[in-house]
Design a protein around this ligand. Structure first.
Ligand SMILES: Cc1cc2nc3c(=O)[nH]c(=O)nc-3n(C[C@H](O)[C@H](O)[C@H](O)COP(=O)(O)OP(=O)(O)OC[C@H]3O[C@@H](n4cnc5c(N)ncnc54)[C@H](O)[C@@H]3O)c2cc1C
Length: 425
């Protein structure tokens, strides 16, 4: 079992779990969840509170994967535009998917309140524009969401409007979205896990699943134990690795990185984010940031498509931050970390079943904070016999990444280079 990556999150944990012993020996349960991120913990919570016996197996620690490393921005919608969903599923279904994404936001809010999860949840969001074409894109987006999705919670900002919220000369305008926000993702995930335990779910850390034998019941194996279960839920996202090679060909791990500064004094907060809202820009490889509960600037943005950490990562991240906020020059960066984002070819999440009783949900493509919790809720509904909403997502067509296991990375790098170049123009 590997300990948490050295992030600010790991140094600010405020949720304690009941013991989570390694799985040993043979067990029988109703549902076996594999993976202890938001998807897995939300699934375990929703099923346990419906009265099912649940065992969750996590190879490392709860929130060890993307859920404990993310920027923590909580947004409606998906990692792709709604047009992709409308193309794949039709307009009515796309509208239902959008509404479920809003339900995902409400779910975060409800769970944080109900289970008193100390995760610094705060609503209020600014999308910033760097170039005129971003403003054009934003105007079309606001208009489309209002007319086609009846969503009116996005207000266009001009250069003065954006500057009131983000004290940078870098932006020419933006969108204010009060319904989006941010949280401490590790405390949120641990809070869901603790809530699942309070309803009787049994969690096992240090319990990597090595093999799943299909059948009714299915058999799930770890090095030291075995679980027979009526249903299995795969919630491993970008960390799935070889557990299911057919599923793995549909998602691809992409590295993403975050830095945390030392806590900022009041003057520096006023000179950077006076309204204390979360921010991201409109670039293809986007920068995103917000103030933590203890007033650090958490700044994310660098990506790696080839599996290797970018060279001079710390310097590059610091340079990005001070380009936006020259007033932060000289502020110490205390933590830097990264993790795998699971992307799909069309950037829509990939939900479905293997056979009849192995469920999966992954591939949130960088926008999983709210949707992964919703996936857990939808899988619990489906396992309880109400599968319509889960099946709506499962109908979305997905293709394998071209090039197979070894060639897909260079092909993806080539495909994304065009967009990365365009960010510079
Ligand atoms: C740096 C970074 C920044 C991000 N920022 C944002 C953001 O601001 N907003 C947003 O919406 N999304 C963001 N994301 C994406 C978001 O974090 C994910 O979509 C979400 O956390 C996915 O949750 P999950 O539970 O599906 O996967 P994970 O949290 O990755 O959990 C999967 C778990 O499965 C476990 N596992 C894997 N294989 C096995 C096995 N064989 N046996 C047992 N356990 C196994 C892993 O150890 C891991 O803990 C970011 C991701 C990263 C990496």
């Amino acid at each position: 079992m590997t300990d948490y990556v050295d992030s600010w999150y790991g140094h600010s944990i405020r949720v304690e779990l009941e013991p989570t012993p390694r799985l040993e020996g043979a067990h029988r349960t109703d549902i076996c969840v594999v993976g202890g991120g938001i998807t897995g913990c939300s699934t375990a919570l929703h099923l346990a509170r419906r009265g099912y016996r649940v065992k969750l197996l996590e190879s490392e620690r709860i929130a060890w994967g993307a859920s404990g490393r993310a920027g923590g921005h909580v947004l409606p919608g998906l990692g792709t535009g709604m047009d992709t969903i409308a193309k794949g599923l039709g307009r009515d279904a796309a509208r239902a998917v959008w509404d479920m994404s809003l339900e995902g936001l409400q779910l975060v809010d409800d769970l944080v309140r109900e289970y008193e999860i100390p995760c610094d949840l705060r609503w209020g969001y600014v999308h910033t524009a760097i170039r005129q074409r971003h403003m054009k894109m934003y105007r079309e987006w606001v208009d489309q969401m209002a007319t086609e999705y009846d969503y009116h919670d996005m207000e266009l900002l001009d250069d003065h409007g954006v500057r009131e919220r983000v004290r940078s000369d870098y932006y020419i305008g933006g969108i204010h979205e009060p319904r989006a926000g941010r949280l401490h993702p590790m405390n949120y995930t641990l809070g869901l896990a603790r809530a699942a335990q309070s309803h009787g779910a049994e969690l096992h850390e240090g319990s990597a699943v090595t093999r799943i034998e299909p059948g009714e019941p299915a058999k799930v194996y770890t090095e030291y134990g075995q679980v027979e279960a009526d249903f299995v839920v795969l919630a491993c996202n970008a960390y799935l690795d070889e557990l299911d090679p057919a599923l793995r060909s549909k998602i691809m791990p992409v590295g993403n990185y975050v830095i945390a500064t030392e806590p900022l004094d009041e003057a520096r907060v006023r000179e950077s984010l006076p309204t204390d809202e979360a921010v991201s820009d409109a670039n293809f490889v986007l920068d995103y940031y917000h103030l933590s509960g203890d007033r650090r600037l958490l700044y994310g943005g660098q990506v790696s498509y080839n599996g290797r950490e970018p060279r001079n990562l710390r310097q590059r991240m610091e340079a990005k931050m001070t380009r936006i906020f020259p007033a932060l020059a000289g502020v110490r960066v205390e933590y830097i970390w990264g993790g795998w984002v699971g992307i799909t070819l069309n950037r829509a999440p990939h939900f479905g079943r293997v056979g009849t009783n192995v469920y999966f949900a992954h591939g949130y493509s960088g926008q999983g904070m709210a949707m992964s919790g919703m996936a857990g809720k939808l899988m619990s509904e489906a396992i309880s016999g109400q599968a319509e909403r889960f099946d709506l997502f499962a109908r979305m067509p997905h293709r394998d990444f071209p090039g197979g296991r070894h060639l897909r990375t260079p092909l993806l790098v080539l495909a994304t280079n065009f967009y990365r170049m365009r960010d510079l123009i």
